[in-house]
Design a binder for this molecule. Structure first.
Ligand code: PHB
Length: 395
């Protein structure tokens, strides 16, 4: 039965009950309906795998609660946002206006996030960001109804400069896609690397999601830096790793990255990823019972190895469970719902983290090295790293 018909049938039942003097209180009716969760994620294009991993992780967290939120059944709605910023507002509006979701879970791409952000601020719908790190969403435009469970784009790269310098890599080239995520990852890298005494000799870029790296790799070979640092993710990251190796650069110029470079791509990149060093708020190899159980359960359920995106999706589910349980499924009780999510501590496979006052994780950043198709933790690059939340004033 469609939801609309279900509502009509219910209304008829309520009218019948009213005429017999048995009118159910409003709250009971509202809570017998399903909680409506909308996924706005990329299911096609270079970030397609990221969207799938986030949805899988989210569903796993809910399954652990018997598939319920605050005791209520859940109904899912899905939109493929194609990582296309031009359709961001339209797609988010579809979930909010047509599907009437109680919560919008999305998205991956920072440009698309800005479309969701406008809709979230205009309509007041609860938005949980399971990846996109665009700074402004938890800085100058932070909002009571917007919570991020992932990172800000500069959080991993703020931990990158010091370990590079500790290894004597004094001159670096930076390369990325030219859009908010790449630009903001650079901000963190520039700050941490120059403060540690490093020199950035060239900044290279190409439009998202272009993967024609050849001319830029030739330029890097001519520049002969001590190291290359970058932000790439998804299918584009796998191609970059393969091209970097094929160009002969991995022999002499150490490759570093914001950890997304080696997430979910280690099979596709094969040996080309060996030895790559990255900073990130998660690692497959974290030797904790929490991470081991998560990885086993995820692999059994989805026949896939989880990555940082799966963890972020899972944590998004854990956060919503905390909120929904606190209000016993009454998602309209926004004050209490948000209060339960603000300052929440999430017992994540990445390690326990706390939601900051600007609604972004305060978390450890690991230094990792790829060995045998695994991101091995080789150190802690940052302890309890918080985004500066510049300009955030919660209404
Ligand atoms: C982003 O656009 O914010 C973004 C996309 C993919 C990542 C990380 C950040 O892996």
């Amino acid at each position: 039965m469609t939801t609309r018909r279900l509502v009509l049938t219910r209304s008829a039942a309520v009218i019948g009950a009213a005429s017999s003097g048995l009118l159910l209180p409003e709250i009971v009716r509202a809570q017998s309906d399903k909680v409506r969760v909308g996924f706005m994620l990329p299911y096609t294009g270079t970030f397609a795998q990221l969207g799938v991993a986030i949805e899988n992780g989210f569903r796993m967290a809910l399954s652990e609660q018997g598939g319920k939120l605050g005791g209520r059944e859940v109904e899912f709605f899905k939109v493929d946002d194609e990582s296309n910023p031009a359709k961001g507002i339209e797609n988010a509006t579809r979930l909010v206006q047509r599907d009437k979701v109680d919560v919008l879970v999305g998205t991956v791409h920072s440009g698309v996030q800005m479309g969701i952000h406008k809709v979230a601020r205009d309509t007041g719908v609860l938005n949980l960001i399971p990846n996109a790190g665009v700074h402004i969403a938890t800085r100058a435009q932070c909002a009571p109804n917007v919570f991020r469970t992932s990172f800000t784009n500069s959080q991993p790269t703020l931990a990158l400069g010091k370990p590079m310098m500790e290894r004597g890599h004094k001159k670096a080239v930076w390369i990325t896609w030219n859009y908010a995520a790449g630009d903001e990852a650079f901000e963190g890298f520039e700050k941490s690397y120059t403060e540690a005494g490093g020199q950035i000799i060239k900044k290279l870029g190409l439009p998202f999601p272009n993967v024609e790296f050849q001319a830029l790799l030739t330029e890097i070979a001519a520049l002969k830096p001590d190291a290359v640092a970058c932000f790439f993710a998804g299918g584009g990251a796998a191609k970059f790793l393969r091209d970097y190796e094929a160009a002969g650069l991995s022999k002499n110029i150490q490759l570093w990255g914001s950890g997304f470079l080696t997430e979910g791509v280690l099979d596709a990149a094969g040996d080309a990823a060996n030895g790559v060093l990255t900073t990130m708020h998660y690692s497959d190899s974290l030797d904790t019972p929490r991470n081991k159980k998560f990885r086993l359960d995820y692999a059994k359920t989805f026949k896939l190895q989880p990555d940082v995106y799966a963890v972020q999706g899972y944590d998004t589910g854990l956060l919503l469970v905390k909120g929904a349980n606190a209000v016993k499924g009454d998602m309209a009780n926004k004050q209490a719902l948000y209060a339960a999510m603000r300052g929440a501590e999430i017992d994540s496979p990445r390690g326990k983290w706390k939601m900051s006052p600007s609604h972004n994780p305060i978390q450890d950043i690991y230094l990792r090295k790829v060995e045998n198709r695994e991101n091995k933790v080789i150190g802690i690059a940052g302890k309890a790293v918080a985004d500066p939340a510049t300009g955030c004033r919660m209404a």
